[in-house]
Design a protein around this ligand. Structure first.
Ligand SMILES: *Cc1c(COP(=O)(O)O)cnc(C)c1O
Length: 370
């Protein structure tokens, strides 16, 4: 049996009739940008996150970037200011910072959760630090109580990159509801995925939400009145309609991902495969199920040879990318080690029991080279 990493075709086939009906509704409406579907999705997604505002934008990177841009417009951050970010993240977290001519200051992860280590964050705070960007990596909430306390104590903004963590919870609060503002991505492979690109900012801050709503639309509040030099980055009506269908099933999908993760965690018992650890089940929505192995490439080849797809999230950390030559000398040994050792196993809402069992069986049969 071959096991794909994630079959988006199967994921969306489950709601094909509803998705097609929603698409037909948009086609027939004759209105394709910033209309009723986006407004309805913004209301529904804000409600899901437990916040007052959601602003639909073009993608997750723009969601992050627009938060920082709005804070610049509001005078809370200036060019050249520093934003502390996990060294161990997808490059979009960094790009949003440098795109705004701010300086990303990468810090090391906690070795157990792979998320930002609050002690490292505190040590990185300097006179030009204005914000902390927490990433809920792989779908697990970062240590938000500690980061919130730090942000308060040092008078910093706390921004969540929640692109991998739709629906992750702690103490009754959802991802996106801990910081001053949060960015979500609806890239098709995310836990809440559109059928194209999409993103949203969520916040309780009305002024910030209004600013971002204008910035995403040429800096305009009323047609042909331009308050700011904005950009064009809007969630479109078609994607909003798709997302309204899929949001209804998000919690079911998360429950299934947790079931897969439980099976993996119970079934894989291998001296050379280190399983992900978690503090509390509700805090993790398992966007990715990431194991560690000192012979990662051999493990990936072994899985491949048995028809099981896996991926590496991520093979090269941002500070070691050609795009960030300025950060090449950053000392992040743990981040670099993780990038050499992590491997993401198949995970998703259509990974059924037989496939999960097959992945477990093949992992168990791995003969780790010395
Ligand atoms: C996917 C992702 C983004 C970017 O989202 P896009 O919609 O692809 O632009 C940002 N941060 C993290 C952690 C992500 O996983």
């Amino acid at each position: 049996m071959d096991v794909p990493f994630l079959s988006l075709k199967e994921v969306n086939a489950r709601y094909a009739d509803e998705l097609k009906a929603a698409a037909a509704r948009v086609i027939d409406s004759g209105w394709y940008v910033l209309g009723d579907e986006v407004a309805a999705f913004e209301r529904e997604f804000a409600g899901y996150c437990g916040l007052r505002h959601a602003v639909g934008v073009g993608n997750g990177l723009d969601a992050l970037s627009l938060i920082l841009r709005a804070y610049k417009e509001l005078g809370a951050i200036e060019e050249g200011d520093e934003v502390i970010v996990p060294g161990n993240t997808f490059i979009a977290s960094f790009l949003a910072i440098s795109e705004n001519r701010l300086v990303p200051v990468p810090v090391e992860p906690d070795p157990v959760t792979f998320n930002m280590d609050p002690a490292g964050v505190e040590a990185a705070i300097g006179p030009r630090t204005r914000a902390i960007m927490a990433v809920h990596l792989y779908g697990q909430l970062a240590d938000m109580p500690a980061l919130t306390a730090l942000a308060r104590r040092h008078n910093l903004l706390l921004i969540e990159d929640a692109a991998q963590a739709h629906g992750a919870m702690s103490d009754g609060r959802k991802a996106g509801a801990f910081g001053d503002a949060a960015a979500f991505s609806f890239f098709p492979a995310k836990n809440l995925g559109a059928l194209g690109d999409g993103g949203a900012v969520v916040t309780d801050d009305t002024m910030l939400a209004e600013r971002i709503a204008a910035l995403r639309n040429y800096g305009s509040d009323v047609k042909y009145r331009h308050l700011f030099q904005g950009l064009n980055s809007r969630l479109d009506e078609m994607q909003a309609a798709m997302l309204r269908v899929k949001l209804k099933y998000l919690d079911e999908d998360i429950a299934w991902r947790r079931r897969v993760a439980r099976r993996y965690r119970n079934g894989i018992r291998h001296p050379h495969i280190q399983l992900p650890d978690l503090a509390r089940e509700e805090q993790h929505v398992w966007h990715l199920f990431v194991v560690r192995c000192t012979r990662r490439d051999a493990l990936q080849q072994h899985l491949q040879a048995h028809g099981i797809q896996s991926q590496v999230h991520y093979p090269v950390p941002p500070h070691r990318q050609p795009a960030y030559a300025s950060l090449r000398d950053a000392h992040l040994p743990l981040t670099e080690q993780l990038h050499d050792e992590v491997l993401s196993l198949p995970m998703g809402p259509t990974l059924y029991d037989a496939a999960v069992e097959r992945v477990i069986e093949v992992c168990q049969a791995f003969e780790c080279p010395a």
